[in-house]
Write a protein that binds this ligand. Structure first.
Ligand code: URA
Length: 237
């Protein structure tokens, strides 16, 4: 792809604005040689005003989503996109979250601009477990693990029962839940179905990928090794 189009698509400005940047000599290669709008150059060899060009299309990143941000492009309040560089909000193809976490849920959120990858991650065929840690309002009764594992639990206003899910009790009001599907507000609704209420919810893992040591609000680009970890699903959750 010609540089003018690539750089405009990455959100640096309109084609007209980016053309002006070329004319001003602001776009160079790593050896400081001025580049031209119709050059075709590896993105890793391009600097804009001396700074490395943003990663080209085909990115996957992980964000430690804090409580209070929504996975939406256009909500009124705080958005997960506000935690990324502003250009990431306007780059084309658009970056989307891979599934959603509720505003009040924190933890591992994947984001990509690659539709095929997004579908591969969320596809039931990939069988990527999602692992949540929940703090509950009421003490666990003791029968929840069996109910969640039964494969017969039906949530309100749904027509098919939930797939079996694994519950690990971590304390009287603390549990880890592994899901193999993603329904709307699923964890909160599952605990509501057994007479409890989720006070806080955090996603720890998707597939074989954990949050590492990212603080809430931090993110990082993922590479080939991370992708391999994501799809390397541990046999026992
Ligand atoms: N289940 C929920 O209830 N909320 C989330 O954000 C994710 C799973």
């Amino acid at each position: 792809m010609k540089l003018l189009r690539l750089i405009a698509n990455l959100g640096y400005g309109s084609r007209k604005q980016v053309a002006a940047m070329f004319r001003e000599g602001l776009i160079t290669n790593v050896d400081s040689e001025v580049l031209y709008a119709d050059d075709v150059v590896e993105a890793s060899n391009v600097l804009v005003e001396g700074e490395p060009l943003d990663p080209p299309p085909g990115i996957l990143l992980m964000l430690h989503k804090p409580v209070g941000h929504t996975c939406s492009h256009k909500d009124q309040g705080r958005l997960v996109y506000d935690l990324l560089p502003p250009r990431f909000h306007v780059r084309k193809p658009a970056l989307s979250s891979v599934g959603r976490l509720d505003r009040e849920t924190s933890g591992l959120l994947l984001m990509t601009d690659e539709g095929a990858l997004l579908h591969r991650i969320i596809s039931p065929k990939s069988k990527l477990p999602k692992v949540y840690r929940a703090t509950l309002a009421e003490n666990l009764r003791g029968d929840e693990a069996a109910t969640f594992a039964s494969g017969t639990l039906m949530l309100e206003s749904e027509t098919t029962p939930l797939l079996p899910a694994e519950l690990e009790v971590l304390g009287p009001r603390e549990a880890r839940l592994t899901l193999h599907e993603g329904r709307y507000h699923q964890v909160r609704r599952m605990f509501a179905a057994v007479g409890n209420h989720v006070e806080s919810l955090h996603r720890e893992r998707v597939g074989g990928l954990e949050l590492d040591d990212l603080e809430a609000g931090q993110w990082r680009l993922l590479g080939e090794a991370d992708l391999a970890r994501l799809f390397a699903v541990p046999s026992a959750a």
